[in-house]
Design a protein around this ligand. Structure first.
Ligand code: NAD
Length: 541
């Protein structure tokens, strides 16, 4: 079998065919107003209430509307998943794999421009940010997950004389609840696809802020031959009635969640309250919030450090769980870092995603905009902070927040410790001779442990910092930005309040979606219960 390789990233240079395809797809989608139904058991289902999908950079432009699911739809989706389960879970892995490998090929080819365009328009991503998400990362998830599933199936026990042992990797009994965030089309796809590859059937509630691309994912899976009922999509802007039905159902077999820490903890609590009602102990997989850091040592290469700060903090408007959100800079490098950082951030171009020269666009919606603005206002009004650059915002046309760098005069201020999920980087100066104190602050200032980066050129220091910050990040970078994990290269996830660290993009995630059965078959079964050791002493051989 061919080794799996990562999907190459298209560059979208002026005049390139991929740029023309993408621009055409953007124009086509902008002309349409799509009506997005629920998908239950392969049927397109309407509901009484709808919710608009708008462009973050121009919120008066309505791209479409989706039908909102309620508790009854959630029950129907569970029934559809149960109906599809017997055939799908018994289907040989290689047949299930065909569906996802075909989806990968479709996405690498004719579907690429359309899904990228939808992710750009609906979730506010630039061409490059959409390409690395809705094209490359999702294609990688689809192809690598198939390989990881094969690796799991190939893992078999040894057999002794006269018997044969084998492990059967059964799908879980019941349905998987996939609950997905707005910020990555690839994550939304993967949270459904990973359990489905292992033979499970899914009830999926996408983020109300990303239903526009979610709808196309359902079309893609359908075109690739996914049987009805394997993935059932029930979007809603009011998630609680849906999650109440799903989490109290006896057939609830697992939660595949990515989103905020607060919501994950609520769901876990709800699961624990229902624990006596389930047929099986449910699998709970959640990748959640972060307050990701860059820690610079005095031996750091300043230009590399500053570029990583800019890309790490401001790409996709800081709306990546892995986005650099706080940085620790030694006094010896402070002036140079601050000068270069200010000048680079001032040069960032921000605007519509349809203008390919922009590095940044708008944040996802009014709720996010207000939340980020409240942090900027706090920084302006608090003695603990000063704004170095940025600090303005305007939602008159789109939800635009200027890239903002805040200086924190203490290591434990509000902006140094809370997840903001927007284009705000807070930096703190530490004395070079108080390195240990600064490392303690970095390690303990937040409850999270998702991503982090250190910048240093001295090898002993790299070893020391790596060891010292061992539990501060599940994805740790040396002399690189803390974002941009690649499937198969940097399996992704963090500990502490950042999640269960089941490493999306690895076999460790897929193993959560099976319940192995060990089968021992004996060729020559015993016919006497007595053991030789029980024979009397004078018995001859
Ligand atoms: P969110 O927690 O607001 O929403 C996630 C999903 O949960 C959505 O589908 C939403 O509708 C649903 N939801 C919200 N409240 C709910 C409730 N009370 N009951 C049931 N469902 C509910 O997250 P978001 O704003 O979409 O995404 C941003 C968050 O996700 C950030 O905290 C970010 O760090 C995190 N994230 C983490 C990772 C990771 O891999 N660790 C990746 C992406 C995003």
């Amino acid at each position: 079998m061919q080794p799996v390789i990562n999907e190459p990233i298209f560059e979208y240079r002026p005049g390139s065919p991929e740029r023309q395809d993408l621009q055409r797809a953007i124009e086509e989608l902008k002309q349409l107003k799509v009506d997005i139904p629920l998908r239950i058991g392969g049927e397109r289902v309407s509901s009484k209430r709808t919710y608009n999908c708008v462009m973050p950079h121009n919120h008066s432009h309505v791209l479409g509307q989706f039908h909102c699911a309620d508790a009854e739809h959630a029950t129907s989706a569970v029934e559809a998943a149960a109906k599809a389960h017997p055939i799908w879970s018994k289907m040989p892995l290689e047949d299930r794999a065909r569906v996802f490998l075909k989806a990968a090929d479709l996405l690498a080819g004719p579907w690429r421009a359309k899904l990228n365009a939808a992710t750009m328009l609906g979730q506010g991503k630039t061409a490059h940010q959409a390409e690395i998400d809705s094209a490359c990362e999702l294609i990688d998830f689809l192809r690598f997950n198939v390989q990881f599933a094969r690796d799991i199936y190939a893992n078999q026990p040894i057999s002794g004389p006269g018997c044969q042992n084998r492990s059967e990797y059964r799908a879980l009994e019941g349905f998987i609840f996939a609950l997905t965030p707005f910020n990555f089309t690839a994550i939304a796809g993967n949270l459904c696809v990973a359990p489905a590859i292992m033979g499970n059937t899914i009830v999926w509630k996408p983020s109300e802020r990303a239903v526009y691309s979610a709808n196309l994912l359902m079309d893609l899976f359908e075109e690739a031959g996914l049987p009805p009922g394997v993935i059932n999509m029930i979007p809603s802007d009011v998630p609680e009635p849906i999650s109440n039905v799903l989490l109290s159902h006896p057939d609830f077999a697992g939660l595949h969640f990515t989103g905020s820490t607060r919501v994950f903890q609520l769901l876990w609590q709800q699961i624990s309250e229902n624990i006596g009602n389930y047929r099986n102990y449910p699998r709970i997989v959640g990748e959640t919030g972060g307050k990701d850091f860059i820690f610079a040592h005095s031996s750091a290469h300043v230009d590399a450090l500053v570029t990583s700060m800019v890309r790490g903090a401001f790409e996709y408007q800081g709306q990546k769980c892995s986005a650099a959100s706080r940085a620790y800079v030694p006094a010896s490098l402070w002036d140079e870092v601050v000068t270069k950082l200010k000048s680079q951030v001032e040069s960032i171009k921000i605007g519509a995603v349809t203008d390919f020269s922009n590095f940044m666009s708008a944040v996802i919606d009014d709720r996010s905009f207000a939340n980020i603005a409240s942090y900027i206002d706090h920084a302006k009004n608090s003695e603990d902070h000063d704004i170095l650059v940025g600090g303005t915002y305007d939602d008159s046309e789109g939800y635009f927040v200027q890239p903002t760098v805040v200086i924190a005069h203490k290591p434990n201020t509000k902006l140094m410790t809370e997840e903001i999920f927007g284009p705000v980087l807070t930096i703190h100066k530490y004395d070079d001779d108080k390195l240990d104190e600064a490392l303690t602050a970095c390690d303990t200032a937040t409850p999270y442990g998702l991503t982090g980066a250190i910048f240093a050129t001295d090898r002993t220091t790299i070893c020391e910092l790596t060891e010292r910050l061992k539990h501060s990040a599940g994805n740790f970078y040396v002399n690189d930005k803390p974002t941009g994990a690649v499937v198969g290269q940097q399996p992704f996830g963090g500990g502490r309040a950042s999640g269960t660290n089941d490493k999306a993009g690895s076999m460790w995630n897929l193993i959560r979606w099976v319940t192995p059965r060990t089968i021992k078959e004996t060729y020559d079964p015993a016919t006497d219960y007595r053991y030789p050791s029980m024979l009397p002493d004078n018995t001859s051989e």
